[in-house]
Structure formats: C-alpha cells, structure tokens
Write a protein that binds this ligand. Structure first.
Ligand SMILES: NC(=O)c1ccc[n+]([C@@H]2O[C@H](COP(=O)([O-])OP(=O)(O)OC[C@H]3O[C@@H](n4cnc5c(N)ncnc54)[C@H](OP(=O)(O)O)[C@@H]3O)[C@@H](O)[C@H]2O)c1
Length: 303
C-alpha cells in the first residue's frame, strides 16, 4: 500500500484527503516513479471547486507534474532505467507516493536540480513557453506581464527578456526586487495601476502576457494594447469578449521538459519555490495557493 491525495466530493481544500491505495504496478509501456516532489497549480483547485463543471469522475486524484526516481518498469520500456531520477507530467495523479506514466512523459532530472524545482516546473514551464512564443516577441517589443510573481508569470518575464523585449511586470511590492533582478520594471497592481503602468513605459506597449484574469486584460486594453497583441492564459472568455488571444499550455514534449530542467539547473532560468509541504499537509498547501499571493511555486515533497 502507499499514500495518495484524493477527493470524493467537489469543494474547498477541506475535501482533500491523503488515503492508502494499492501501490500501482507497471504494466506494458508503463514506468512507475517513486515521487519526491509534486507541484500545485491553480487548475487543480479550479477543477476541485467545480469551476469547470463537475466533470471529474470521483474519487479523483490530483496533480499534473512531479519529479522522482524510476522504481519499476513494465514490459517494453527502453528509454529509462530503474534508479534514474526523472521529472514528468501526468493528469490528476502526481500527488502520490507512486505514479504510473508512459516513458515519453519523462525527462532526466539533472543531478544538481533541486527536487522541488524539478517537481514544480513542468506545467508552468510549458504554459509560459507556449504563451510567450505565441506572441513572437522581438527586441522592439515592450511587454506588460501581469501576475508576474506567479509560477507562470515569472517564467513569461524571463522568456520575454531572453528575446530582448523590454518587460514591465505587475506584482505586489514585496516581489519587485526579484522582478528587477530578472531585468523587468516592476509596478504594483491595484488602485492607480493604469497610471503606474503608463509611467513605466512612456512610449507605450506593443504586447501583453496576462496571467491575472479579466482585470489584467482590461488593464492591457486601457493601455491601448491591440487585442491581437494580448495573450491571456487566465481569461479564456476574452477571446470572444475582446478578440484577444488565449494561448496557454498545450502539446508537451520531453525535449521541452528536459530543456526546462537543464535551464533551471544551470541557473539560466530562475524558478523560486514559495513553499514546500509534506504530502500530509496537502490541505494547508492549497489554502496557501488559493490566497493567490506570493513569489514562485508551491510544491509537495516526499522524503
Ligand atoms: N491556460 C493555461 O494553460 C493555464 C496554465 C497555467 C495556469 N493558468 C492560469 O494562470 C493563472 C496564473 O497561474 P499561476 O500558476 O502563475 O498562479 P500562481 O502561481 O498562484 O500566481 C499567483 C500570482 O498572482 C498574482 N496576483 C494575484 N492577484 C492579482 C491581481 N489582481 N493582479 C495581478 N496579479 C495578481 C500574485 O502576485 P503577488 O504575490 O505579487 O500579489 C501571485 O504571484 C491562474 O489563473 C491559472 O489558472 C492557465
């Protein structure tokens, strides 16, 4: 037997339980990974609260990304070996002591990469890369990145800076120093944000990467950014309502996952961890995430 996060009804973090389950056994084409770290994402709690409709079969597992050690191979596995440290993606299953996945969802974990970073970078990395690439930024762009201290936003800032674009980033003041260190101009969101954002880029903006939601998109529109140059991962109805683009996470490749891991290990990508919690404290971990404030990623870790 082993432990896994489950919920049997939709609701707030109180419905999350850590239960004993049969330890999964690797079948043909499957790899079993002993999980060391599994990231939290807002998608998890939005589904669990029923915000996308009560569409999950219950009881449901939780978690889309993990890092751990390969500990069992089903027949036909050729690209990973028992004992190898890996990171990977899955669906509603990562927050458990063991996950079963196909081998093409795994990438090698660099030895010097922190477990929490490895277990938390997969989903936000894929999302931020696709969202930023979709805008085809150049050094001539001045980009507004909203919710820039969040898991996705802080990577969008770095991807935009890496192509030479100027970046203005909205965040609470406590996160400004970090964003400055990434080469962005930080501005506080909230009352007066329009004036502050204007002052930060007097020549105006050419693009926006939004992770804040409808209010973020409205800020971009108020700043005169053309809707076709606004990409929001946090307000899907904006496509119909405002004609903006809503390109976020999607097709994932192990090459991309390996690149994210190498970049974080090398330090060319910064990926701060806001907090780690043991599996047993999954409720507390989500209560913190659901406050929607703080720098970086929250991750469950297992010894
Ligand atoms: N479409 C997709 O594929 C996709 C994929 C991943 C995530 N998402 C969505 O993208 C959003 C962000 O995800 P995440 O993982 O980055 O979340 P997160 O790590 O929880 O980020 C929360 C951040 O939001 C900031 N924030 C809170 N209220 C704000 C406001 N009113 N204006 C500006 N910033 C505000 C906070 O900044 P301060 O701490 O500085 O206050 C905090 O750093 C979520 O809605 C998530 O569901 C979509």
């Amino acid at each position: 037997m082993s432990r896994a996060v489950r919920y049997s009804e939709f609701g707030d973090a109180d419905v999350l339980q850590v239960v004993e389950v049969e330890t999964p056994q690797a079948g043909p084409g499957q790899v079993r990974v002993a999980v060391r770290a599994a990231g939290l994402n807002p998608y998890d709690y939005k589904v669990r609260r029923g915000e996308y409709g009560k569409v999950r079969p219950l009881p449901s597992g939780q978690g889309s990304e993990f890092a751990g050690t390969v500990d069992q191979l089903g027949p036909g596995i050729t690209t990973v070996t028992v004992g190898q440290e890996v990171l990977g993606w899955t669906s509603f299953a990562a927050q458990a002591e063991y996950v079963l996945v196909p081998e093409d969802t795994l990438a090698p974990k660099p030895a010097n990469l922190d477990w929490a970073v490895a277990g938390g970078i997969g989903l936000v990395g894929n999302t931020a890369k696709r969202a930023t690439d979709a805008m085809r930024l150049t050094p001539d762009d001045t980009v507004l990145v909203t919710a820039a201290a969040g898991g996705v936003g802080l990577l969008c800032v770095q991807f935009a800076r890496s192509v030479g674009a100027a970046v203005v980033a909205t965040a609470s003041e406590t996160n400004h120093e970090f964003l400055r260190g990434l080469g962005a101009i930080p501005v506080a969101y909230g009352v007066g944000q329009l004036e502050r954002a204007r002052a930060a880029a007097p020549a105006g903006y050419t693009a926006m990467l939004d992770s804040a939601g409808r209010d973020g998109v409205l800020l971009g529109l108020d700043l005169g950014i053309h809707p076709s140059r606004i990409n929001s991962i946090a307000y899907q109805p904006g496509a119909e309502e405002f004609g903006i683009s809503t390109i976020g996470g999607g097709k994932k490749t192990t090459a991309e996952l390996a690149w994210l891991a190498r970049s974080a290990a090398h330090g060319s990508l910064q990926f701060p961890i806001r907090a780690t919690f043991p599996l047993d404290r999954v409720q507390d971990a989500y209560r913190l995430l659901e406050k929607r404030h703080g720098l970086g990623k929250i991750v469950l870790t297992m010894p």
